[in-house]
Design a protein around this ligand. Structure first.
Ligand code: 6PG
Length: 467
């Protein structure tokens, strides 16, 4: 009997995807470039059947036609080398799926190259980490719709399920799937940084203990802030270091890493004039964190404000922080979804925004209760320019902006950096400012460079002799 699908790349993610497929009744062939990962995976089977192959040709020949091959290797050159090793053994109509965090423009290049050979290529965003890969990730497939149809029964089965619906939906042509995953990660960076800033306020301004903050996050997770990231942060805060007995977060070095997806999100936004300031601030926050030695040196050179430490009513301020965090999140998601909308128009992708919000409700890292409301906002108005002006969010943040303003002001006065919270507020205030100060910029540009300006009353390009 032939295998119904093959998985290449048996690291933790690939191995778990293969197990997930087997758990869902697929006959799965597995192959890894080096033998050790294949053997490790086979050794830990627990009732499932995976059939290992040690030669690419045998692996490919074991698959039923059209062959379906899911590749889960490190983004970049490894994908190209896997594709090259597969091509000689494939036939027209076969399908290769790339489930890694590939850059969407690379996916488009590979798509074009394989299309010429009649081989279907899908760039598939997969979110959920190693547990999600095993138990049900959020899946964002991009490529030709008819190629997706060939693998849809398998992908929808292995995806997370929410309210009976799979967290897998056809995203759009070419690199659309990987693009959506990339921006998902940009939103993830912002969400994580906003949570870190809320934590900082509770710890440094309200002097709460790590345990107390864990309790607060747990409570917040019962309400409209409910999300995977809030949930795991509560668990993280409860974890003790076995060596010292201290909260583990107190011994974790404050230097953040990154693998590139957040950076690509910002670059694409900047290239296309899309204001994603909160997402980009979250990236810069990681960069500033990385220059730890400089920060430590600067601490003894640069002074902070002499701010009178007013005593803050804990319960009142805990609620301000909750409001600030929620509003920051709404602004960050508004930026990410605006990036989807603008890019969809730009590339002609017709991205299904309401469905994207729905498949983010389960499996993925940014899964959250309020994605239901985001989806509803796009259901009501598919071409909504910005989530902030949807009737639901406009009404809700009317009250919450107060909390965000209080928290940001208090932070600024105390000399605590809140890059994403303050950027959220600036974004909100800029977006609702009908008449901005860009008239000054235009005048300056015309003054020193004769770049011309437009007028508010008459159409056309104008130049003034300023001196
Ligand atoms: C996911 C995650 C996943 C991974 C990122 C983290 O959706 O499952 O986003 O893709 O954890 O690569 O990215 P950084 O290493 O850049 O934080």
């Amino acid at each position: 009997m032939k295998n119904s699908i093959g998985v290449i790349g048996l690291g933790v993610m690939g191995g778990n995807i293969a197990l997930n497929m087997a758990n869902n009744g697929e006959q799965v062939a597995v192959y890894n470039y080096t033998r050790d990962l294949t053997d490790n995976l086979i050794a830990k089977l627990d009732g499932q059947t995976l059939t290992p192959y040690y030669e690419v040709e045998d692996f490919v020949q074991s698959l039923e036609i059209p062959r379906k091959i899911f590749v889960m290797v490190t983004a970049g050159a490894a994908i190209d080398s896997v594709i090259s090793s597969l091509i000689p053994h494939l036939e027209e109509g076969d399908v290769i799926m790339d489930g890694g965090n590939s850059f969407y423009e690379d996916t488009e290049r590979r798509y074009d190259e394989l299309k010429e050979k009649g081989i279907g290529y899908l760039g598939i965003g997969v979110s959920g980490g190693e547990v999600g890969a095993l138990t049900g990730p959020s899946i964002m497939p991009g490529g030709d719709k008819e190629v997706y149809e060939k693998v849809a029964p398998i992908l929808t089965k292995i995806a997370a399920q929410v309210d009976g619906d799979p967290c897998c939906v056809y995203i759009g042509p070419r690199g659309a799937g990987h693009f959506v995953k990339m921006v998902h990660n940009g939103i993830e960076y912002a969400d994580m940084q906003l949570i870190a800033e809320a934590y900082t306020f509770l710890r440094e301004k309200l002097n709460l203990s790590v345990e107390e903050i864990a309790d607060i996050f747990e409570t917040w997770n019962q309400g409209e802030l409910q999300s995977y990231l809030i949930e795991i942060t509560a668990e993280i805060l409860r974890k003790k270091d076995e060596e010292t007995g201290l909260p583990l977060i107190d011994v974790i070095l404050d230097k953040a890493g990154q693998k590139g997806t957040g950076k690509w999100t910002s670059i694409q936004a900047i290239d296309n004039g899309i204001p994603t300031s909160i997402i980009t601030e979250s990236l810069f926050a990681r960069y500033i964190s990385a220059i730890k030695d400089e920060r430590v040196a600067a601490q003894s050179i640069l002074s902070g404000p002499e701010h009178e430490q007013a005593s803050l009513d804990k319960n009142v301020w805990i609620d301000y922080v909750r409001q600030a965090l929620y509003m920051g999140k709404v602004c960050a998601y508004a930026q990410g979804f605006t990036q989807y909308k603008t890019s969809s128009d730009l590339y002609g992708w017709d991205l299904p925004l309401k469905d994207i919000a729905l498949i983010f409700r389960g499996g993925c890292i940014i899964r959250a209760k309020f994605l239901n409301v985001i989806s509803e906002a796009y259901q009501e108005q598919a071409d909504l320019a910005n989530l902030l002006i949807s009737p639901y969010f406009a009404e809700q943040i009317k009250d919450y902006q107060n909390g965000l303003r209080k928290v940001v002001c208090e932070g600024i006065q105390s000399g605590i950096a809140f890059p994403c919270l303050s950027s959220s507020l600036s974004y909100y205030d800029s977006y609702r400012t009908g008449r901005s100060n860009a008239n000054i910029l235009q005048a300056q540009r015309d003054y020193f460079g004769a770049h011309t300006y437009e007028r508010t009353d008459v159409k056309g390009a104008f130049h003034t002799n300023w001196q």
